[in-house]
Design a protein around this ligand. Structure first.
Ligand code: FAD
Length: 471
């Protein structure tokens, strides 16, 4: 007889596993199916995304600091050597501890793990095919699709796993490429480009659009390009990649400049980081009559994550919105809480995003470009880290905090931070935006001295009064 559940989650990433745990906490009988052959839950994020990339970013930052920053602090070190094998092994250990943690949480809250590929059979039935081909049918009242996304491949630049690679392989290079060509100046390309640059690669970024980080605040993307160029990264904007050929372990990427000039770049590895696409192969969407946009592949849902098929829901990278782990988790939690009769919602205006290059970039809410497009009258408060005691003490003075407010009401509409630990500083701004707070609200909160958070307070004060106190 088929196993029967209240909820079967297909996909064990941050969207799926978080939803499964929350549903079990709410007393549902839950199964979560994951197809990774190593039986590791955690999805793209824990296995080949957020976590391994941040582990390598942190390690490579330390290497870079040891080589180039410690001397300024009066610390002399002897010869410094890179032990890449240990760095990669540490990253793998971080990943396995965290994926193991999901297994522990499943046990703790009573989620039944299933290891195999899930397929919709229609009528509240999910077929699970295990790695050895064995099939099981699960019966369930509700199904949550959380199958995430995969790297987008360019038809003329196909992944071969060795020379032309996706982010997954760029997390496991066994030696430092001499020259890494990165196609795509989005956050994944810049983060992984930063890792290998710090470890010794020459890095060349080819971007089709007129600027890198095309959806970030324009001023930030320009400054990031300046700072990364200073670190040695090379950028070619408005450059359309047209193909690649491999000869004697070298890849030559051909491209066209804006004015039609033929260009070529030769390196030993090419990372293609031009975006990600919802992963729906073999899921049985058509058979189950789940509507999706054939162009983007995104599953269509209503505000409660209901798809066009009764009893089937979808969240995370599979649906519209920013492809971020915390967005997927929020949606998972809200979706199952709604199933349990609660009335939560996700506030898409207050979803932060972070780019873990150095200095870091973080943002929440609208950019200046979006405010102009929406014809909203706005004020800007901007405060440089160079004017804060803590950034000076750290010797990390690049960047600023920019607070954008409604010119009439002072309500915070967006915050964009470029600077040290911008990833942590954005949390305060998310809270303020969630509570529809004003720049005055931020400015009137005491910020510990000396901390980087003072720059947030001062930028808010600047937006509110037109004048900071310390600059
Ligand atoms: C290099 C890189 C770095 C990133 N860094 C960050 C970051 O710093 N911060 C951030 O917020 N986001 C980051 N992301 C994005 C983040 O990883 C995704 O937004 C997030 O993982 C999406 O979660 P999800 O649950 O929707 O899907 P996923 O995490 O993709 O999980 C989906 C899971 O479903 C499984 N699956 C698919 N089909 C089936 C099936 N039919 N049956 C069973 N299982 C199936 C897949 O194997 C996968 O494990 C990064 C991504 C990459 C690639």
């Amino acid at each position: 007889m088929a196993d029967s559940y209240d909820l079967v989650v297909i996909g064990g990433g941050p969207g799926g596993y978080t939803a499964a745990i929350r549903a079990a906490q709410l007393k549902m009988k839950v199964a979560c199916i994951e197809k990774r052959p190593n039986k590791a839950f955690g999805g793209t994020c824990l296995n080949v995304g957020c976590i391994p990339s941040k582990a390598l970013l942190d390690s490579s930052e330390m290497y870079e600091a040891t080589l180039h920053k410690l001397a300024r602090h009066g610390i002399r070190v002897g010869s410094v050597a890179l032990d890449l094998a240990t760095m990669l092994a540490r990253k793998d250990k971080v990943v396995s501890e965290l994926t193991g943690g999901v297994g522990y949480l499943f046990k703790k809250y009573g989620v039944t793990p299933h290891y195999g590929t899930g397929k919709l059979l229609g009528g509240g039935k999910v077929e699970e095919t295990a790695v050895d081909g064995a099939k099981t049918v699960l019966e369930t009242k509700n199904i949550l699709l959380a199958t995430g996304s995969e790297s987008t491949e360019l038809p003329f630049l196909k992944f071969d796993g060795k020379f032309v690679v996706s982010s997954t392989e760029a997390l496991t290079f066994q030696s430092v490429p001499k020259h890494l060509i990165v196609v795509g100046g989005g956050y994944i390309g810049l983060e992984l480009g930063s890792v290998w640059k710090r470890l010794g690669s020459k890095v060349t970024v080819l971007e089709f659009l007129p600027r890198i980080l095309s959806i970030s605040d324009g001023e930030i993307s320009m400054e990031v390009q300046k700072l990364l160029s200073k670190q040695g990264m090379e950028f070619h904007l408005e450059t359309k990649v047209t193909g690649a050929s491999i000869k004697s372990d070298q890849v030559t990427v051909t491209a066209q400049s804006k004015d039609g000039k033929e260009l070529s770049f030769t390196g030993d590895r090419v990372l293609v980081a031009v975006g990600r696409r919802p992963f729906t192969a073999g899921l049985g969407l058509d058979e189950a009559r789940v509507k999706y946009d054939p162009k983007s592949g995104r599953v269509e849902v209503d505000e409660h994550y209901k798809t066009s098929a009764p009893g089937i829901y979808a969240i995370g990278d599979l649906i519209a919105g920013p492809m971020l782990a915390h967005k997927a988790s929020e949606e998972g939690v809200v979706c199952v809480e709604h199933l349990a009769g609660m009335k939560p919602h996700v506030n898409y205006d207050a979803i932060p995003s972070v780019i873990y290059i150095w200095p870091e970039v973080s943002s929440v809410g609208l950019t200046e470009e979006q405010l102009k497009e929406k014809k909203i009258d706005y004020k800007i408060g901007k405060f440089k880290f160079a004017a804060t005691g803590r950034a000076k003490a750290m010797d990390e003075t690049d960047g600023w905090v920019k607070v954008l407010t409604d010119a009439k009401t002072d309500r915070v509409l967006g915050v964009h931070i470029l600077g040290p630990r911008a990833s942590d500083l954005i949390a305060e701004c998310v809270t303020i935006m969630e509570y529809k707070g004003s720049a005055e609200d931020i400015a009137r909160c005491a910020h510990s001295h000396p901390t980087l958070s003072e720059a947030v307070g001062e930028a808010a004060r600047m937006a509110w009064t037109g004048m900071p106190l310390n600059s």
